[in-house]
Design a protein around this ligand. Structure first.
Ligand code: B16
Ligand code: MG
Length: 219
């Protein structure tokens, strides 16, 4: 019996290399309230949605703002981020991931995308790869973001594939937690501390064979 029926991909840090753009925009924002946001602290923001990320940043900096001002700060960060990714092309995709998704699709697997980013659909659209996906879900569609399992459970529903038959690709601790809570198997790619709970870790998608990955994950 074929056990894995679908591959579900996280976006930032798995499909597209936008992690440093998110970091750079938070750093600029932090500078506006005189906080020097360091790259090692950015690890805590990976996979977190925009407001959660701001709350982590404010806790790190020891500052507090009203809910209204926090909304404005999120908007400001997003405008900086959107400006930075305005020229995003397929060259900004992680090496080998486009071919990997294409091979998985050709071999009959369903393909999903589950992201904490409200910009996820627009990003796939800009890369002109949205036609590869049978289901796409992002922070606009769910109330509770990663590490809650909702985004992964909803995308498996849309794909009409049971959670146990989904294999997730994630780069963030919170995303891996979300997928595991959803009852899915996870391939992690990223900093060792981030992917510690993954079932399998990979260094990159270059020359990665979907069938081989499924065989390893099922043994
Ligand atoms: P936005 P993912 C997440 O996307 C990123 O990992 C995280 O760093 C970012 O803050 C979050 O999206 C929110 O993004 O501000 O664009 O809504 O990794 O779940 O695809
Ligand atoms: Mg990610």
């Amino acid at each position: 019996m074929k056990i894995i029926e679908a591959f579900i991909f996280d976006l930032d840090g798995i499909i597209v290399d936008t992690t440093h753009h998110h970091y750079a925009s938070w750093k600029i924002l932090a500078k506006s309230f005189n906080y020097d946001f360091r790259e090692e602290d950015n690890e805590q923001l990976k996979g977190a949605n925009r407001m959660t990320s701001l709350n982590i940043l404010l806790a790190l900096s020891g500052q507090s703002f009203s809910e209204q001002d926090k909304g404005l700060l999120c908007e400001k960060k997003n405008n900086i981020y959107l400006d930075m990714i305005s020229n995003l092309t397929r060259g900004d995709m992680l090496p080998g991931v486009y071919e990997f998704i294409l091979n998985a699709k050709t071999s009959g697997l369903k393909i999903g995308m589950a992201s904490s980013s409200k910009n996820a659909r627009a990003t796939l659209n800009r890369l002109k790869i949205d036609e590869l996906f049978d289901a796409m879900l992002d922070a606009n569609d769910i109330l509770r973001g990663k590490p809650f399992p909702d985004v992964y459970l909803k995308v498996s529903d849309m794909l009409v594939v049971k959670p146990q038959q989904c294999l997730v690709f994630e780069d963030a601790f919170s995303g891996i937690k979300a997928a595991k809570e959803a009852g899915m198997r996870v391939v992690g790619m990223g900093q060792p501390a981030q992917v510690i709970q993954a079932d399998l870790t990979i260094d990159s998608f270059v020359d990665l064979d979907p069938t081989q990955i499924m065989n390893i994950i099922l043994t």
